[in-house]
Design a protein. Structure first.
Length: 132
């Protein structure tokens, strides 16, 4: 797919999934393990937030117009709708809402293996070119 996980993505156990249809973007998935849990026994909000942020960055990297184009998070807002228990297979589906010259607005939905909506987020990302 033109991208491999960075160290942080590997550490948290993310997986990139290919699109199911030609119009769909790749998805990012994580199975909730003990290491992702809060003291309440469900996925820590930071683990869910990191998954959404990573998914947005991954999609922007996979759809970039130039090899030296990179992105950084300007802001990300998340709404947690349901707790995410141990063993949940959490999948983020992303949508690019607007791509300007230097800013991109994205949104994403986090569903479990039964297609229950657990959280959604919107984000703004800065596009920049790194000199070789």
């Amino acid at each position: 797919m033109g991208m491999h996980l960075d160290n942080f993505g590997q550490f948290l156990g993310y997986q990139l999934l290919p699109p199911s249809t030609p119009d769909e973007l790749p998805r990012v998935q994580m199975t909730i393990e003990e290491r992702h849990l809060s003291s309440a026994g469900v996925a820590h909000g930071g683990a869910v937030f990191s998954l959404m942020d990573f998914a947005f960055g991954a999609i922007l990297t996979l759809t970039r117009s130039e090899d030296n184009e990179h992105c950084s998070t300007v802001g990300l807002h998340i709404e947690y709708l349901k707790p995410v228990p141990l063993g949940t297979v959490a999948t983020v589906t992303t949508y690019i809402e607007h791509r300007g010259r230097s800013l991109v607005r994205v949104r994403g939905e986090l569903h479990d293996q039964n297609d229950l909506l657990l959280a959604y987020a919107t984000g703004v990302f800065n596009l920049y070119r790194r000199k070789s």
